[in-house]
Design a protein around this ligand. Structure first.
Ligand SMILES: [Mg+2]
Length: 266
């Protein structure tokens, strides 16, 4: 029997920076023409769902807003579910935009405003500076809930791995003396569960495809899906021979371009 659904990571699986992975568009076509539902799930907090869909479409992988589960959107959804109305953002515009889209008053850190926010949301900010960290720290110490979009140590680019959102989350954690109250992205189940519900599928009918062991593979396993590691993304995965338990992918492919090999493997 074939898989009925695929939850596919973006960075390092479908593209590196602005360069699509060779064979990725064909792989997405192969999945869709086999009747497999496809959702894209990314920890990358810098993109709105609309921006991610546009980016994929421009690379030859047609996608709509509803096909994308991203940690910025997840953070907005989470805060809305909790009845939150205001957030300070240590993150890029895409994160703030998703919060605003959800009806949350969201202001970027770094303007000296650090009290009165119900939530402080920390994600990747490639323009992060000390003033932004001061605001985020003070806001949390002032009683705001600490939400991390994700804790990825790095993310892959055409130039190699770069520091990820986890670096900023760690900095703020160190400053306030505690971990985030919630982490939205992988390996936590929040976005996976939403994707499964949206596809109307059980986890065992779905394969999670990603390039990171500690987020994609561990997260996929924890929700009960099959997992497939591809080797086109982050460079610093642990030794593949030594993986075990929730870190051991069900399948390893050199690239998503080989996806045909596992479609019928369920
Ligand atoms: Mg990735």
């Amino acid at each position: 029997m074939a898989f009925s659904g695929a939850i596919i990571d973006l960075d390092g699986v479908l593209y590196l920076g602005s360069t699509p992975i060779q064979g990725a568009p064909a792989a997405i076509r192969t999945l869709r023409s086999a009747g497999i539902k496809v959702r894209f799930l990314t920890n990358n907090s810098t993109l709105t769902r609309v921006a991610a869909a546009k980016r994929l479409s421009s690379m030859g992988m047609p996608a709509e807003e509803g096909d994308i589960l991203a940690s910025a959107y997840g953070a907005a959804r989470y805060i809305k579910e909790k009845g939150g109305r205001s957030a300070l953002v240590l993150g890029e515009d895409g994160l703030r935009e998703e919060l605003v889209n959800a009806g949350i008053e969201a202001i970027q850190a770094g303007r000296g405003q650090s009290s009165g926010f119900q939530y402080t949301v920390v994600g990747l900010d490639r323009m992060a500076d000390y003033g932004k960290m001061v605001d985020a720290m003070r806001c949390i110490l002032d009683g705001s809930k600490f939400v991390a979009t994700n804790e990825d140590a790095t993310f892959p680019t055409e130039m190699g791995d770069y520091p990820g959102a986890g670096v900023l989350v760690s900095a703020i954690s160190t400053a306030v003396g505690r971990k985030p109250d919630v982490v939205i992205g992988k390996p936590n189940p929040y976005l996976f569960e939403f994707a499964l519900e949206d596809m109307g599928l059980k986890p065992e009918e779905v394969v999670v495809v990603g390039d990171r062991i500690d987020t994609d593979i561990v997260g996929g396993k924890r929700v009960g899906a099959k997992t497939c590691l591809v080797l086109t993304g982050v460079k610093k995965n642990p030794n593949l021979e030594s993986l075990e338990g929730e870190s051991k992918p069900d399948f390893i492919l050199k690239s998503i371009s080989e996806i045909e090999k596992i479609i019928g493997a369920l």
